[in-house]
Write a protein that binds this ligand. Structure first.
Ligand code: SAM
Ligand code: ZN
Length: 291
């Protein structure tokens, strides 16, 4: 059985969670090749095992190579390890008594957060986990599907997620845009919404080198946090702050995967890109809310 068929078979266990992104009707896996709605809108599984459920094709900024490289920084350099450990423990703490957790990562990128968190929930806390990752970037989802199986990977818009109401116990939203109306629609009654936002020290070494103006060297997330508070009851708020030593290839990846790099010239960035190694600060806030 090839990867396309294996994924289709896996998704068929959970086909009832889907709704068609075009007409909102129910969907079924057909002949281990496609997901088809009751009005015959058809979405094929790709050979890497993901499904593209966007109503219209979308071109996004990152390439497949950059997602592969980002995956390396996350998996091999453990760039977000303390973050995913904290998120795993938080989810476990707030889902005591639930043996099975349905988890969706909104804006999953190359999928490593979802993979690490769902695997740790399985191995450390003996939960059964159904994990879904969606991202608008086909390149990100392709890398996720290539490396991580036993999860549902879909190219989809988090502003029009192709799932029925009240399907999820946990919604992850890590360094990605949000659509709180849709997050609420997808939430079961006691669903946890876990949003990760950067804090003032996040990648400060990168900012300090590439920005001359001090006001661009740090930033505030007060507005994002305010908006979260307006939409959810706050269950918990925690900050994870640590440094990671990166070698040159990892620095290159990091700089190019960071929106900061779009605001500056190649010349300003070169100073940083030529460093042999660097200590980089990861400073993030985890907001946990309920409906
Ligand atoms: C900074 S990346 C973070 C990716 C991943 N969560 C991580 O932390 O590595 C932001 C992601 O949001 C995705 N994104 C932006 N708008 C989106 C939308 N409307 N629907 C789904 N994904 C979106 C981008 O494609 C990108 O992968
Ligand atoms: Zn349809």
């Amino acid at each position: 059985m090839n990867k396309r068929m294996k994924s289709a078979r896996y998704v068929s266990n959970f086909e009832s969670i889907f709704k068609c992104p075009i007409c909102s009707s129910s969907m079924k896996v057909s002949e281990l090749t496609s997901l088809i709605c009751s009005r015959n809108h058809t979405f094929d599984f790709t050979k890497q095992g993901y499904i593209n459920l966007t109503a219209h094709p979308v071109k996004t900024k990152y390439s497949k190579e950059l997602f592969e490289a980002r995956r390396k920084v996350i998996v091999e350099d453990g760039f977000f390890k303390p973050l995913s450990q904290t998120i795993t423990d938080t989810i476990n703490k707030h889902t005591i008594g639930k043996e099975t957790i349905t988890l969706i990562d909104m804006g999953c990128g190359e999928g490593s957060h979802l993979d690490q968190i769902s695997d740790a929930l399985r191995s450390d806390h003996l939960k059964r986990v159904m994990g879904v990752g969606i991202d608008l970037s086909k390149e990100g989802v392709l890398v996720a599907a290539k490396h991580y199986s036993e999860k549902i990977w879909a190219v989809a818009d988090l502003a029009n997620p192709p799932f029925k109401d009240k399907q999820f116990d946990v919604i992850l939203n890590i360094l990605s845009p949000s659509n709180y109306e849709e997050f609420e629609r997808l939430s079961k009654a006691d669903c946890l919404v876990v949003k990760v936002v950067p804090q003032s020290g996040y990648l400060k070494e990168v900012r300090e080198v590439i920005f001359d103006e001090p006001e661009k060297q740090s930033y505030s997330n007060a507005e994002t946090v305010e908006r979260f508070y307006r939409n959810f009851q706050l269950v918990e708020r925690s900050r994870v702050c640590y440094t990671v030593e990166l070698d040159n290839p990892a620095i290159q990846t990091l700089v190019h995967m960071t929106p900061l790099s779009w605001a500056t010239s190649e010349e300003q960035m070169n100073t940083f890109l030529q460093m042999e190694s660097a200590k980089i600060t990861v400073d993030l806030e985890i907001l946990v809310g309920k409906k």
